[in-house]
Design a protein around this ligand. Structure first.
Ligand code: HEC
Length: 204
C-alpha cells in the first residue's frame, strides 16, 4: 500500500479508512507481542510512571482512553526493551533515522549483517521520557487518533523485523522491497502527527 500525500489527506478527512485497515493488523500483532510480554504488571507500572510525569490536562486525556487503546499502548511499549528517562521523541527520531540509514546502506551494499542488525535496532528504538503521547498534539490523544499511531508503528517496526529476517536468510530482494513500506510508514506518521518541521512563525 503506497498512499500519496493526497490520499492520506483525503483519508484523514474521510475518517481514516486506510489507517483503520493498517491498524487492524497491528492490533493483532501487538496483541501477540503482548501475550509474549513477560511482565504485564511491570508494564502497567511503567505506564503509571509516565502518566505521573504528565501535566494534568494530558493526564485527563490519557485516563479517558478506552481499555483497548491502553492495551495497545502497553503492547507498543512492551515491544521495546529500551526506555529512556532523559531523551525526547525528537532525539529518538534522530537515532531512528541513523539506524534507518544504516539499514539502507546494508541493503544497498549487500551487507546482510548490517541490514539485519540495523533494522532490529530501528524496530527496538528507545521510548522517550514520558512515552510517545506527550510529544503528539493533544487533539490526537483519544481512541481514534491513537489507533492510527499503532498502524504506523507496525508499518515501520513490523516491516523492519521482516526485513531483518529476510536479510538473515540472504533474501536481499525481499529485504530491499520492504524498505519502501518502512519509508511509507515514517512518511505517513509524519503526515498525520508531525507536519513540516521547523516552520517559522515569522513568515506570512
Ligand atoms: C508513530 C509515528 C512516527 C513514526 C512511525 C515515525 N516518526 Fe519520525 N516523528 C514523529 C513525530 C511525532 C515527530 C515530531 C517530534 C517532535 O517534534 O517532538 C517526528 C520527527 C522526526 C524527525 C525530525 C526530528 C526533528 O528534529 O525535527 C525525523 C528525522 C524523523 N522523525 C525520522 C523518522 C524516520 C526515519 C522514521 C521511520 C524509520 C520515522 N521518523 C517514523 C512520529 C513518527
Amino acid at each position: 500500500m503506497q498512499p500519496t500525500m493526497n490520499t492520506i489527506k483525503t483519508t484523514l478527512k474521510k475518517g481514516t479508512v486506510l489507517i483503520a485497515a493498517m491498524g487492524l493488523s497491528t492490533i493483532i500483532n501487538l496483541t501477540h507481542a503482548q501475550d509474549a510480554a513477560p511482565d504485564m504488571q511491570k508494564l502497567q507500572q511503567m505506564m503509571n510512571k509516565q502518566i505521573s510525569l504528565m501535566k494534568p490536562e494530558l493526564q485527563e486525556k490519557v485516563k479517558a482512553l478506552s481499555p483497548q487503546t491502553k492495551k495497545l499502548l502497553l503492547g507498543i511499549y512492551g515491544a521495546h526493551s529500551r526506555h529512556s528517562d532523559k531523551v525526547t521523541l525528537r532525539q529518538v527520531m534522530h537515532e531512528a533515522q541513523s539506524d534507518y540509514q544504516s539499514m539502507l546502506v546494508g541493503v544497498l551494499t549487500d551487507n546482510q549483517e548490517q541490514a539485519a542488525d540495523s533494522a532490529r535496532r530501528l524496530a527496538n528504538h528507545r521510548i522517550p521520557i514520558g512515552g510517545l503521547l506527550p510529544y503528539l498534539d493533544i487533539k490526537f490523544i483519544n481512541d481514534q487518533g491513537l489507533s492510527a499511531l499503532a498502524g504506523f508503528n507496525d508499518a515501520v517496526e513490523g516491516n523492519a523485523l521482516r526485513l531483518a529476517d529476510a536479510a538473515d536468510q540472504g533474501d536481499m530482494i525481499k529485504a530491499s522491497s520492504l524498505v519502501g513500506t518502512i519509508t511509507n510508514g515514517c512518511f505517513s506518521c509524519h503526515a498525520m502527527f508531525r507536519g513540516v518541521p521547523g516552520k517559522s512563525q515569522l513568515l506570512r
